[in-house]
Write a protein that binds this ligand. Structure first.
Ligand code: GLU
Length: 494
């Protein structure tokens, strides 16, 4: 039995895949999976001037990374030129399209004239009524031509959009659209309608910016005598300032989000909500759960607003869900890029002092930040003190509240002595915590008087995980060295 629900994602390889493209692909995918249909891929590469090398590969890569697998081989429009040409000529034969021999210069004059008269710019239909003889002469003398759609002079074209409801256009406002260009390539309109028909697409799901093209497409369906698909125009995506989402709002390309360390699960979950929600309070959805919950009747008419904090929150959630093994695997490239570590055989070398550490050490460092991390790229900044030999911080940071540097030095010395007396086996978070707290009690000072300078000595940071868990990961030797470094720093400062 033929599959009735067939949708396609039809990107143009003219640049990087952005959030809007992915939302389109995702809704196609969800609709197909939910309705036992097929999700197809079509590369709309008929605009040779706008082709950006590498962008077809990027389309495949992004879809695979996100888990949006398509059905069968992608359709590549530039390999189907004969088909579009045949269709354009068929329309000419049937009187629904015509050859236009106007030169670029003439079209430019028409445009300028319309501009001066404050008229909307459109083709003045100069070639619409050329005689058979004029056409034959022009063809014979090889005058370059395009083929244009013969839009009826009056009438209304109406259709029922799945999201927007009834939409109508006055044919008077519609230009005699070029269908086949002088280089033999079709325009988007001809290629899109030809292929949607060939591919038996049941639902054309695309963003609202394509709405003005739809009446032209409907005319084409009518003139070819084909049954049109259902049209589904998705709402716009706006930035936080309510203007159309663009570069100004920060990253919009998926490659950039990936590089910053957003997980595919988080992007999918986030993008699904740009124009849709399940109608209840749930916010966390895997791709499979989205398939279950998705329906076009819950897609919004109103524009969606891109909220970066929400994306960060979701990403943090998915980072916390990761096993430590998996998280470490994802974080390693960021630590290497930040020039903190480099791989050496099974292990890693600290770039700072060439010391060798094993993967377990790196994992324990990452484990301490898993709760806080919002993006993988933050890992370098959050954990760098585990991989640096000399920590760079001002001595004053060691001062607890109203205390002073001398006091910090005295307390650090006392701690150093105490910690030197412990065994390496005592260096677990729990044992250290119990023992150091007991020790502080005997000193009869405040907890912060010891633990603040200790934590700063170990991390060099204003904020970080607590001193006991850090000391556990560093081990006894490094812990003692760092306390000594801090004492020396104070001495130098005096
Ligand atoms: N190639 C168009 C785009 O880049 C496709 C529009 C459509 O889906 O019809 O968005």
């Amino acid at each position: 039995m033929e599959n009735k629900n067939r949708v396609r994602f039809a990107p143009s390889p003219t640049g990087s895949m952005h959030i809007g493209n992915v939302r389109n692909a995702l809704y196609d995918f969800l609709f197909a999976k939910k309705n036992n249909g097929e999700f197809l891929l079509r590369i709309e590469d008929t605009d040779q001037d706008r082709y950006a090398p590498g962008s077809i590969e990027q389309i495949y890569e992004v879809l695979k990374w996100l888990g949006l697998d398509w059905h069968g081989e992608p359709i590549i429009q530039s390999t189907r030129l004969e088909l579009y040409k045949k269709n354009a000529e068929e329309l000419v034969k049937n009187g629904h399209a015509y050859y236009c021999f106007c030169s670029k210069e003439r079209l430019e004059e028409v445009r300028k004239d319309q501009e001066a008269k404050k008229l909307p710019s459109c083709y003045d239909r100069h070639c619409r009524n050329l005689s058979e003889e004029e056409i034959a002469n022009n063809l014979e003398s090889r005058t370059p031509f395009v083929i244009r759609l013969k839009v009826p002079e009056s009438g209304i074209i109406e259709f029922e959009d799945v999201i927007k409801g009834k939409v109508s256009f006055d044919l008077k406002t519609i230009d005699d659209q070029v269908l086949l260009k002088s280089d033999g390539f079709p325009t988007y309109h001809l290629a899109s309608v030809t292929d949607d028909n060939e591919m038996k697409i049941s639902h054309v799901i695309r963003s609202e910016e394509w709405l003005p093209s739809t009446p032209k497409h409907l005319l084409l369906y009518k003139f070819f005598g084909w049954e049109p698909p259902r049209f589904v125009h998705l709402p716009m995506i706006l930035g936080s300032d309510k203007s159309k989402l663009s570069k100004r709002h920060g990253a919009t390309s998926v490659a950039e989000f990936k590089e910053q360390g957003y997980l595919p699960e988080a992007l999918i979950n986030f993008i699904a909500f740009l124009g849709w929600n399940p109608g209840d309070e749930r916010e966390i959805f895997s791709l499979d759960e989205l398939v279950d919950a998705f329906s076009l009747d819950k897609v919004h008419k109103a524009p969606a607003v891109f909220n970066m904090e929400k994306l960060d929150w979701l990403n943090g959630h998915y980072i916390r869900q990761k096993s430590l093994d998996e998280l470490a695997r994802l974080c390693l490239p960021y630590l290497e890029k930040a020039k903190l570590i480099k791989p050496t055989g099974e292990d890693y070398n600290l770039i700072d002092n060439n010391e060798t550490v094993n993967l377990d050490y790196i994992k324990s460092a990452i484990a301490l930040e898993q709760e806080r991390m919002k993006k993988l790229s933050e890992v370098a900044d959050l954990t760098k003190f585990f991989f640096q030999n000399e920590l760079d911080y001002p001595a004053e940071l060691l001062i607890w509240k109203k205390s002073n540097l001398e006091e910090a030095a005295v307390n650090l010395k006392a701690l150093n002595e105490f910690l030197s007396g412990l065994t390496e086996a005592n260096f677990t978070k729990e044992i250290l915590e119990t023992k150091v707290k007991q020790f502080i009690q005997t000193e009869q000072k405040g907890i912060g008087d010891f633990l603040w300078p200790l934590r700063v000595a170990l991390t060099g940071e204003k904020a970080s995980p607590g001193p006991f868990e850090v000391a556990h990961v560093l081990g006894q030797e490094k812990t003692l060295k760092r306390i000594n470094d801090a004492i020396n720093k104070i001495k130098k400062n005096a």
